[in-house]
Design a protein around this ligand. Structure first.
Ligand SMILES: *Cc1c(COP(=O)(O)O)cnc(C)c1O
Length: 421
């Protein structure tokens, strides 16, 4: 459930008409609902109630400082994958002891920044990273708390580009080698083993792959404890999928996920960490766009929008589906027209949907892409020198621009022509 609904014939974000925001901000723009972010975070709190836990929001899904502050103020931890994300979490007021540092290629400089600023744990993904972290931490006179990301070799049954838990993926260390690497970690200076980490992929629509991975983590917990390690935390990653279409799509609910986690791991006496991103931010955001032209083509009509693949790349990159709805509520039973919905960028890949039935719209109308709050703005670029798409946050009956659209002068000023040209 989200807080984007038609009221009085027009789409609202909480209590604000989307068209009012469009009139102020111009299109395209991302629009987030604070109440929806809070609701989704609350679903995970509810799901893990009764177990010692920390919900570490995966910052990469939507890293706007205002979004991080909404979640951080509720007590969320953060899962970051770069120094930039780490600094965003800190800037949003999240203390280091609630920040987990993940990622397959952390540099020494990134380790230094996180260790100096304070960090809860590093999720280490390889032996060379472990050695580097030990050196960096020792050099700073600090101890790095670590979990090792194990690769459980399970099929997440999701899109190949976002499956991370098969042995051929670049992530983590093979679970069969975990005992040897934990032994190595325990012997290193400035390293303290605190737990185990696993993350098998994104947009999972079944619980079974999670369960298989967590059963392996369970066995490993016992084995590592036998080896003398203190395994007090289990970081179970993120990845719970969301419905991208209103029709017949029902990924597992956080409550069912939580029940499964408690069933599989509840008796181990571990603090549970989870790293949801998409489920918290995805359906808390729209991409609002204007129709520039309706163009009749050979046997098809093109809806040419002012949003493009540089603003929302998921359809081009993953073949992803987004529901696209008119901002003005269609009459009940209005006839459907079939469109190819495209952006203005000079690539055929700049196509949001082919043969999509929707109520007829005209040039100048507004449309909204649903489920665009995660992996939307964060993946945007200025390809075709299209200004980086702005972001807006609604809370109740008010809204604020939380990242303004750059001007063309801003954009041009970022380049420099060397004096010798
Ligand atoms: C991407 C990622 C997440 C978040 O995944 P979602 O599908 O957005 O929940 C969590 N942890 C790690 C390590 C990730 O790479």
């Amino acid at each position: 459930m989200d807080h984007f609904v038609y009221r009085g014939g027009t789409l609202h974000a909480e209590d604000v008409p989307v068209a009012d925001i469009a009139a102020t901000v111009g299109t395209p723009f991302y629009l987030y609902s604070r109440a929806t972010l809070e609701r989704h975070y609350g679903l995970f709190e509810e799901a893990l109630a009764g177990t010692d836990h920390l919900i570490c929001y995966a910052v990469k899904a939507n890293s706007n400082l205002a979004v991080l502050k909404v979640l951080g103020d509720l007590g969320a931890g953060m899962d970051v994958v770069s120094a930039g994300e780490y600094l965003r979490a800190k800037a949003a007021g999240v203390p280091g002891e609630r920040i987990v540092f993940s990622g397959v290629g952390k540099t020494r400089e990134e380790m230094r920044i996180a260790l100096s600023g304070g960090v809860r744990q590093f999720n280490v993904e390889s032996e060379p990273e472990l050695l580097a972290l030990s050196e960096v931490a020792a050099g700073l006179g600090r101890t790095a708390q670590i979990a090792i990301r194990v690769n459980p070799d399970v099929d997440a049954k999701t899109h190949e580009k976002i499956a991370t838990g098969k042995k051929e993926n670049k992530f983590g260390i093979p679970i069969d080698r975990a005992r040897a690497i934990y032994a190595e970690a325990a012997a290193l200076p400035a390293i303290e083993v605190v737990g185990i980490d696993v993350h098998i992929g994104s947009q999972l629509t079944e619980l079974e792959p999670f369960r298989q991975a967590y059963l392996k983590v369970r066995d490993l917990t016992w084995a590592l404890r036998q080896d003398g390690h203190r395994i007090g935390r289990l970081d179970l990653g993120g990845g719970l999928g969301i419905p991208y279409t209103r029709a017949n799509e029902a990924p597992p609910l956080p409550l069912d996920y939580g029940a499964m986690v408690k069933q599989v791991l509840g008796d181990l006496g571990c603090e549970i960490e989870i790293e949801p991103g998409r489920l918290i931010a995805g359906n808390a955001g729209l991409l609002v766009s204007g129709v520039i032209y309706v163009k009749s083509g050979e046997g098809r009509d093109f809806l040419i929008l002012d949003a493009a693949m540089n603003d929302l790349i998921r359809p081009a990159m993953y073949g992803a589906h987004h529901d696209i709805v008119p901002v003005t509520e269609p009459e009940p039973g209005a006839p459907q027209h079939v469109y190819d919905i495209v952006g203005p960028v000079c690539e055929t890949g700049d196509t949001f949907a082919r043969g999509r039935p929707m109520p007829p719209v005209a040039a100048g109308d507004l449309v909204a892409f649903r489920s665009a709050g995660a992996y939307g703005a964060v993946m945007a670029s200025e390809y075709n020198t299209r200004p980086l798409v702005p972001e807006v946050l609604v809370s109740g009956d008010h809204f604020a621009v939380i990242r303004p659209r750059p001007t063309f002068d801003d954009i041009l000023a970022r380049d420099t022509i060397p004096p010798w040209l």
